[in-house]
Design a binder for this molecule. Structure first.
Ligand SMILES: Cc1cc2nc3c(=O)[nH]c(=O)nc-3n(C[C@H](O)[C@H](O)[C@H](O)COP(=O)(O)OP(=O)(O)OC[C@H]3O[C@@H](n4cnc5c(N)ncnc54)[C@H](O)[C@@H]3O)c2cc1C
Length: 401
């Protein structure tokens, strides 16, 4: 028999995250949807709680890293990714925009976890890291980035513009993708940790967005920005076989997290829709001849089944990462499925609840707006399908574009 139950330790973590989502995020969800670009100060308390968990030697922080006493971290090989996706799924049930701006939990942190050396992990421990890949002429095709890095003595000098950087204004560090040599294409792309306040670093613009408004999305200029030589993640050497694979490895860890966010928001929409429909007298009985079930009930079951499929794909991709298995295909499958069904479900819930769903009196319309981003960032729906097709057909990116 297949056991799909979560281990107790993870279940407890999920329950804790759910409590935070319900008690801290939901009450201020609408407030920060309206107050775009205002830092949600309530999150400082969460930072203190996470710090307290670290200092108190609790088993696991909200980022899924186990911690030894006196605040030192120790990574668990089997469970880190599972813990992160579970945590994100539950937190996003509360509010995805707020989840994206929890201090210390940026996508750059995932990149550091995936590719930093033990010395770097220690050095950047406890810092909040954003991730800057996208540029005006490089979105889906991340190999097209134009930002450059060159060595000058003991420092890297970075030049370029990064756009749509989540937490770009609020984070302590930005993990920046830059090329060491444009002529050498994707093999020369490396990631660099740029600390806020580094000379030549400037946040120049904040986006106004459709959804996830509690989260800041910044444009960053790097104008002869100087950082220490030791801030490159991974090796300085340009290895034409492995280099890009190194930075792309980040996505194998982050795509299941985005899938989890999508699942969490869709679950929130389904839960509220169920409550509202039950108040209108609809009964969800999960039985009877499928030809006799009312259309609205059948629609609801279809959405639940879709969401469960996405949730299981998300867990599979995270579990594979925890167990050292190559998971690019599964990570993209999870994100493609979760992004698509998340968009479908949140919009369908607005439809099923009609005028009430469309009104700002409840959060359904907000979740439909928030959900859209999960099918865009960390690779769009089309890009995930492309990655899956390449893996199944055993084609390289130059052969299947
Ligand atoms: C709110 C928000 C937050 C973001 N946060 C970050 C962040 O923290 N860090 C970061 O680096 N970036 C971030 N991004 C950028 C995001 O990752 C990009 O928007 C995304 O990768 C798509 O790039 P693009 O917008 O340039 O679209 P394009 O690449 O121009 O794509 C446009 C359309 O063409 C399709 N398409 C492109 N290529 C193909 C192909 N080969 N086959 C089929 N279809 C294709 C795409 O799927 C899409 O539908 C964020 C974006 C938003 C909106």
């Amino acid at each position: 028999m297949i056991n799909l139950e979560l281990p107790k330790k993870l279940s407890r973590l999920g329950d804790m995250a759910h409590a935070v989502a319900e008690g801290m995020f939901r009450p201020v969800s609408r407030k920060y949807d309206r107050l775009e670009h205002t830092y949600p100060k309530e999150l400082d308390m969460l930072r203190s709680i996470l710090q307290g968990m670290a200092d108190g030697g609790s088993d696991m922080g909200a980022d899924g890293l186990s911690r030894e006493k006196k605040g030192k971290r120790k990574e668990i090989n089997n469970g880190t990714n599972m813990a992160i996706v579970l945590n994100m799924m539950e937190i996003c049930w509360g509010d995805a925009g707020l989840a994206l701006t929890i201090p210390g939990q940026g996508l750059g942190n995932a990149a550091i976890t995936a590719v930093a050396t033990p010395e770097q992990k220690k050095r950047f421990d406890g810092k909040w890291a954003a991730m800057a890949i996208t540029e005006p002429d490089a979105g889906s095709d991340s190999a097209a980035i134009q930002t450059t890095a060159h060595l000058d003595g003991d420092e890297w000098v970075l030049n370029g513009e990064k756009i749509f950087v989540t937490c770009g204004e609020r984070a302590d560090l930005i993990v920046v993708w830059a090329t060491l040599d444009k002529e050498l294409g994707r093999a020369a792309i490396k990631s660099f940790v740029v600390e806020k306040g580094a000379p030549g670093f400037k946040v120049t613009h904040l986006e106004k967005k459709l959804g996830i408004r509690a989260s800041d999305t910044a444009t960053i200029m790097l104008d002869n920005c100087r950082i220490p030589r030791t801030n490159i993640l991974g090796s300085e050497a340009i290895d034409t076989k492995k280099s890009f694979a190194g930075v792309m490895q980040t996505f194998d860890n982050t795509r299941p997290v985005v899938a989890a966010m999508s699942v969490g928001v869709a679950k929130a929409a389904l839960d509220l829709t169920r409550d509202l429909l039950e108040k209108e007298g609809i009964r969800f009985q999960y039985q009877g001849n499928r030809f006799d079930i009312p259309a609205i009930e059948a629609e609801f079951y279809r959405m639940e089944a879709d969401l469960e499929a996405a949730r299981l794909l998300m867990f599979k991709a995270a579990w594979m990462a925890d167990n050292g298995m190559p998971n690019s295909k599964e990570a993209s499958m999870a994100k493609a499925k979760a992004g698509r069904v998340g968009n479908d479900i949140t919009l369908k819930c607005v439809e099923l609840c009609s005028s009430m769903g469309y009104s700002e009196n409840i959060l359904l319309e907000k979740w439909a707006r928030d959900s859209k981003i999960f099918d865009i960032f960390e690779g769009t729906q089309q890009i995930q399908q492309l990655v899956v097709a390449r893996r199944i057909l055993k084609k390289r990116s130059k052969d299947l574009k």
